[in-house]
Every structure is written in structure tokens, then in C-alpha cells.
Design a protein around this ligand. Structure first.
Ligand code: ADE
Length: 272
């Protein structure tokens, strides 16, 4: 996969040399190129921003440097296979989810345009929306000073899904939010040696070697954690994915089975 990042703070992307992403680059699985937006300015001050039309606070990133940068960086783009996805981090974008990470991991080329200030002149997004697939993406309901940290987040989430990047091909099967058996449940707690630490014992069932019981324990713990931290995921849970033991546990945790088989928080649970 090829990844281009155009930014006024190339040094902010240094962490892409470290750990999982850094190793994937060293192995040639990821071709990451970081570009300085100011290389495509032509004035003495390398200006990239200006005041907003219509007034208001803050500054807006000028379209000309972005246009020149994107033209240069994507000069080799062809229709079809090599068509890049333009990923624009913005708090006004679609929520970044595991599903979107999977979608992006299946594309050969991602181009990131992290902005500072109040964002990029809208015409840039329109211009490239006609040529590339554009995804405006928010990593959460909070406002950061710029899109560079979101780029680090998105690249890491995508890179670990690429074939051969994670050591153990199984290790994302049970991820929270991974499609499949544990769909839409948060992962439960994990333990390793020693079996007793500061008088705290690892749950006995995990030492039993009984695969069925271990799987049930993990699923119960996933339900406990999900009901506590993300009740919205339980409410959206496909009833067909719930077995008898799941239903019994949810009832025990104060959830009510609705006529369509889904679960809702009982009135008393919502008040708490
Ligand atoms: N830029 C500033 N805040 C952001 C957020 N929450 N997600 C993506 N890009 C951003």
C-alpha cells in the first residue's frame, strides 16, 4: 500500500517510523511518503492560510498550495486500480470506524490532507472529489488543533489490517469491533503469567484448558464490558447473533428482551 501525507508539520508524522507501521515500511509492505505543503508555496513567507470569506474567527487554508501539492503527489494516478482515496481528517467528517479501516486497507493508495486552522478551502475537496474517492473522516467528537494526530490514528488502524503486518494472522479476529463471532462486542479482559500476582488470581476457567468454557467465559466478559461501556452496541445487536446463554446473561444484567428479540435497558437500568 502507498500512503502520501501532505502537511505543514512533516515532523509530526515521525511516529510513522516506529513500531508496527515503521516495521511494515522497513519490510516494504507500506510505502509512506510525507510531503511539506509549504514546498508548493511561492511567496517569501510560504503562506498557506488566509482570512475566511464572510468573516468569522480563524484562518482558512488556501486552495492553491493544496492544488499544486495534490497534482504533484498524485501525478501517477490512473483510473481504476491506482485511483487514490483522498482521506481528509476533519471533526465534521464521517466517524472513523473499524469498518472504514477495513475498507481503506483494501485500497492500494491513500492520500491524507491533514489541515490546521479552520480547515481547507472547500473547493479543494470538490475539485478532487471529481477525480478521486474522498473520505472526510472524524476520529471522535472532540476538536484537535490539526489533522496530523488523526492521520497517525487512521494509518495505524489501517496498517495492522494489511496482510502480513501483524505477526499472528489470528490476532485481529477477536478485536473489539471486528466483524464475525464477537461482532459488535467489546473485547473482555486479558491475563498472562504469573497465575497469581499480588494475591490476585487469574480466573480459574482460563487455566482449565477447557476451550468451550473459555470461549463462554470470554463472551460473558465481553457482554459485561459492552453493557457497561457501550450500551448502544447492545441495543443495536442483531438478535440472531445472541444465543440462549447471551440472553440469560443480559437479563441477569438488567436488560429487557423486546418483542423483536433485541435488548433494551430496562427502565430501572436507565435511571441508574
Ligand atoms: N481535526 C481536528 N479535530 C479532528 C477530529 N476529531 N477528527 C479528525 N480530524 C480532526
Amino acid at each position: 500500500m502507498r500512503i502520501d501525507v501532505i502537511t505543514i508539520f512533516p515532523e509530526y508524522l515521525e511516529p510513522l517510523n516506529v513500531s508496527l507501521v515503521g516495521k511494515a515500511r522497513a519490510r516494504g509492505q507500506l510505502d509512506v511518503r510525507v510531503h511539506n505543503l509549504r514546498d508548493w508555496t511561492h511567496d517569501r513567507h510560504n503562506t498557506v492560510d488566509d482570512s475566511p470569506f464572510g468573516g468569522g474567527p480563524g484562518m482558512v487554508m488556501k486552495p492553491e498550495p493544496w492544488g499544486e501539492a495534490l497534482d504533484a503527489v498524485t501525478a501517477e494516478a490512473e483510473e481504476g486500480e491506482r485511483r487514490p482515496v483522498l482521506v481528509v481528517p476533519t471533526p465534521s467528517g464521517l466517524p472513523f470506524t473499524q469498518e472504514l479501516a477495513v475498507e481503506l486497507s483494501e485500497r492500494p493508495w491513500l492520500v491524507f490532507t491533514p489541515a490546521r486552522y479552520e480547515g481547507i478551502d472547500r473547493r479543494v475537496i470538490e475539485e478532487y472529489g471529481d477525480r478521486f474517492d474522498v473520505r472526510e473522516v472524524s476520529i471522535g467528537d472532540y476538536v484537535l488543533a490539526g489533522g496530523e494526530a488523526p492521520v497517525l490514528v487512521i494509518v495505524e488502524a489501517v496498517a495492522r489490517l494489511l496482510p502480513g503486518v501483524l505477526g499472528n494472522a489470528e490476532s485481529h479476529r477477536d478485536d473489539s469491533f471486528a466483524p464475525g463471532a464477537m461482532a459488535d462486542l467489546l473485547e473482555g479482559p486479558v491475563y498472562t503469567k504469573p497465575p497469581v500476582w499480588r494475591e490476585r488470581e487469574v480466573p480459574e476457567v482460563l487455566l482449565s484448558g477447557h476451550h468451550g468454557k473459555v470461549a463462554r467465559f470470554r463472551r460473558d466478559e465481553a457482554f459485561r464490558r459492552t453493557t457497561a461501556n457501550r450500551p448502544d452496541l447492545i441495543e443495536r445487536c442483531d438478535p440472531a447473533a445472541l444465543d440462549k446463554a447471551d440472553r440469560a446473561l443480559l437479563a441477569e444484567l438488567g436488560w429487557e428482551e423486546l418483542p423483536d428479540g433485541r435488548f433494551g435497558r430496562s427502565a430501572s437500568a436507565v435511571e441508574e
